[in-house]
Design a protein around this ligand. Structure first.
Ligand SMILES: Cc1ncc(COP(=O)(O)O)c(C=O)c1O
Length: 459
């Protein structure tokens, strides 16, 4: 159509009211939560951009599918529909359902990784890193140099540094690298895509050394859309064809269906290696459930089976990627530093650049996330030294490479006016950036501390 405006490719069918806590209520809530936005009650939040994981709206087809959920313990019809849908999109032979992405990670790493191993990735997501480290192995991030510079523009900033991968294999030794992972899109690195050329180059290195390659496929459909838009030779391919090419280059994948499975819960582990799949299924039975449900209800399997197809629809992807870019443009036009270009599922604010007066040891990105909440009830998430800082024995910390706040956009959930509101709130906070103060961490867990850590504001 000859019109510029890209519209939401759906009508609203059911509405969920938003609460409007006052400024005083927001302050009290944040104090109670120990200045950690994970501790807020959802009704204390006006616009919730904490995560795009499981927070989207499902389609009428998904809800209809749920009514057909077969809750048989073993061999449910819903499992076979799920398996066929996943196989249809990925081409991978063995499909193991899990309750979400981290369960797939835990099962894969418990089976394939041992203490002393090194797992390279472009950038490990927090749960992926934690699950690798839990096995006593090292999670090594090897994104290209541009991927670590928020303002640097590159069409595929999520690409893996192929030479760094080769150097890692040479120095660590092939025997200590049980697998290589590539995360699409690269969530912790700004939601940036990985090109097919890069994936092919990584595959070649893996083949040279005989190392299996796995995708962390959470946002495979968004990655496919970016390839269509930006990689020469792919403009005329469908997202499904591009996704098929991505999956054809790997031996397996972990997946959180709470992202591009368009579902509120679910995930899977898929692979071609029958022996590895056999071991993974045995472990699945121990903690998740029988291999034809893997911790999910039959109706959840139905929702994923439809969701994974809907995530590849062109009209949906065009709207999805454009709405994130729209928020990024609004914020960047007002001079707020962000990771450029916009990510697929989120806008990443560069708190390090906006708050240069707050050192990493006082968690500038956490301070910015709290300020956004206090200003307008907008909940984002810190992706900086709270999430990825490394505490040392002497009480100091190695800071994260970047201090970011992620504003993740739930799928098919908010309208353009919600996004405009978020832009206004961000611009208001940026106008008084020099007045913001850092935080002191007063409580932390040994793993994934960002979920439960407590802070006190510095005065
Ligand atoms: C890239 C990536 N990998 C893994 C996960 C873990 O998935 P889940 O939250 O379903 O356990 C996430 C979740 O946000 C993610 O973004």
């Amino acid at each position: 159509m000859p019109y510029r405006t890209i519209i939401e490719p759906f009508r609203i069918h059911t509405v969920e009211p938003i609460d409007f806590p006052t400024e005083t209520e927001r302050h009290e809530a944040l104090e109670r939560a120990g200045w950690n936005l994970f501790g807020l009650h959802a009704d204390e939040v006006i616009i919730d951009l904490l995560t795009d994981s499981g927070t989207g709206a499902m389609s009428t087809e998904q809800w209809a599918g749920m009514m057909r959920g077969d809750e048989s313990y073993a061999g449910s019809r819903s499992y076979y529909r799920f398996r066929d849908a996943v196989k249809g999109v990925t081409g991978l032979e063995h499909v193991i359902p899990t309750h979400q992405g981290r369960a797939a990670e835990r099962i894969l790493f418990s089976t394939a990784v041992k203490p002393g191993d090194v797992v390279p990735n472009n950038t490990h997501f927090d749960t992926t890193r934690a699950n690798v480290e839990y096995q006593g192995a090292e999670a090594r991030d090897l994104v290209i140099p541009e991927g670590k510079v928020p303002a640097a523009r590159h069409p595929f900033k999520g690409n893996m540094d192929v030479e760094a991968l080769r150097a890692t294999i040479e120095s660590v030794g092939r025997d200590r690298i049980p697998l290589v992972m590539v995360t699409v899109t690269n969530n912790s690195g700004g939601g940036q895509p990985v090109s097919l050329a890069n994936l092919r180059a990584v595959r070649e290195v893996c083949d040279e050394y005989g190392i299996p390659l796995f995708l962390d496929a959470c946002r495979f459909a968004e990655n496919a859309w970016f390839i269509k838009l930006r990689e020469p030779g792919y403009a005329d391919k469908t997202p499904r064809e591009i996704a098929a090419e991505m999956f054809s280059l790997v031996d397996g994948c972990t997946m959180s269906a709470k992202k591009d499975g368009m579902s509120n819960i679910g995930g899977f582990l898929a692979m071609n290696d029958a022996d590895l799949a056999h071991e993974c299924r045995n472990l699945l039975i121990l903690t998740e459930g029988f291999p034809t449900y893997g911790g999910l209800a039959g109706y959840d399997l139905e929702a994923v089976a439809r969701g994974i197809e809907e995530a590849l629809e062109e009209e949906y992807l065009r709207y999805r990627i454009r709405s994130t870019e729209y928020l990024a443009e609004k914020i960047a036009r007002a001079g707020v530093p962000i990771v450029q270009p916009a990510g697929g599922h989120a806008v990443y604010l560069d708190a390090g650049a906006l708050l240069p007066h707050i050192p990493a040891s006082q968690y500038p990105a956490q301070a910015l996330a709290c300020a956004l909440y206090l200003e307008g009830g907008v909940r984002g998430v810190e992706i900086g030294s709270v999430m990825f800082g490394k505490p040392q024995a002497d009480g100091t910390e190695i800071p994260a490479p970047m201090e970011l706040v992620r504003l993740a956009v739930p799928r098919r959930t908010y309208t353009q006016s919600h996004v405009d509101f978020v832009g206004e709130v961000m611009i208001a906070v940026a106008a008084r950036a020099s007045e913001l103060k850092g935080l002191r961490m007063v409580e932390q867990a040994p793993w994934l501390r960002h979920f439960t850590a407590r802070f006190e504001p510095l005065v």
